[in-house]
Design a protein around this ligand. Structure first.
Ligand code: MTE
Length: 318
């Protein structure tokens, strides 16, 4: 949780290879094979093994060169304060959350605004799988095989006007389904924002699934952002509204603690959090010896995104 120090020693708890469901283990093996084939077969259509999953193509460009965390790690060690502040609260307490039926409100500086059913939002977008690193501001990290589509492809459909300089996102706030809303840890609903060029960047992704399955509630069903070069708190979950704005929108963590959490929140080993170092991180599930590793500038995506911030003082715009 961003207001406190990360708990240490968690990686010792996840000696979870034995706990990994067999179907997931089989998928991990498939991953290795897919990784080997990726150079030869970019964009092979792959359906999830049990038939209940999503149909998607694998985008070989975003393989992260790393083994994904287990399904177990990704779905039981979460930050989703609307369900509580403990890492295991979202998995335990999101069962009552209903991600369907769902609609998305599109507002602000765009030609096409209104309320759209989720099915209409999703229909035109072919799904792809991208394996991205996820780096939380608390200094832990994971590798996640997301399924979804580029955020730019969604935003363009609403024809933002030339006045749209930023995009603001809002999470659902349904007290009967989200028990964490009873605690004023944040000013609900959770809100986030991006500069429009960040939102339109090819790495910015809308996830509707992971490991070939629809997103579990605790990971932000039915749709969330994934911004792999930024601290995880920018990757807002369970989105109900998107607003195009002329001015920089407020964001939840920046509003709660402006000296600790900036608007940009780009992963940066050279700029420490006021209460802990960002120079290194702890990879969840990597065992006692593999866990600690150096943090990479822009979480390893500098080549793709650094130009977005050319000329900016990244200590001031942290
Ligand atoms: N979105 C909402 N609505 N509420 C949250 O508490 N937590 C953020 C982000 N999105 C959060 C959120 C943080 S701090 C992180 S690190 C990521 O979600 C975690 O995503 P994951 O649980 O799928 O790994």
């Amino acid at each position: 949780m961003p207001t406190t120090r990360p708990r240490s020693g968690h990686s010792a708890r996840i000696a979870s290879s034995e706990l990994t469901p067999q179907s997931v283990w089989l998928r991990r093996r498939e991953f290795v094979l897919a990784g080997l084939a990726a150079g030869l077969l970019p964009g092979v259509l792959r359906a999830a093994p049990d038939g209940a999953g999503l149909s998607y193509t694998r985008n070989a460009r975003y393989g992260a060169g790393e083994t994904p965390n287990s399904y177990e790690d990704i779905t039981t060690y979460n930050n989703f304060y609307e369900f509580g502040t403990g890492k295991e609260d979202p998995a335990r307490r999101a069962g009552r959350f209903r991600p369907a039926p769902w609609s998305l409100r599109i507002e602000g500086e765009a030609d096409r605004t209104g309320v759209f059913a989720l099915e209409d939002i999703l229909r035109p977008h072919p799904l792809e799988e991208r394996v991205y690193r996820l780096r939380c501001v608390e200094a832990w990290s994971m590798v996640v095989p997301w399924v979804g589509f580029p955020l730019a492809d969604l935003l363009r459909r609403f024809a933002p006007t030339s006045r749209a300089k930023y995009v603001a996102f809002t999470t659902a706030a349904i007290p009967e389904q989200m028990p964490g809303l009873a605690y004023r840890v944040l000013d609900w609903p959770y809100v986030e924002g991006l500069r429009i060029d960040e939102a339109m960047h090819p790495l910015a992704f809308v996830a509707t699934g992971l490991y070939g399955q629809p997103l579990p509630n605790q990971n932000g069903a039915p749709l969330r952002l994934v911004l792999p070069w930024k601290y995880g708190f920018k990757s807002i979950k369970s989105i109900v509204a998107i607003r195009f704005t002329a001015t920089q929108p407020p964001t939840s963590w920046n509003r709660a603690a402006p000296r600790e959490y900036g608007f940009y929140a780009n992963v940066n080993p050279a700029v420490d959090h006021p209460r802990w170092s960002q120079a290194r991180e702890r990879r969840i599930g990597a065992g006692v010896f593999g866990a600690r590793r150096p943090t990479l500038a822009f979480n390893g995506y500098a080549e793709e995104v650094a130009s977005l911030y050319a000329g900016m003082d990244l200590r001031r715009h942290f």
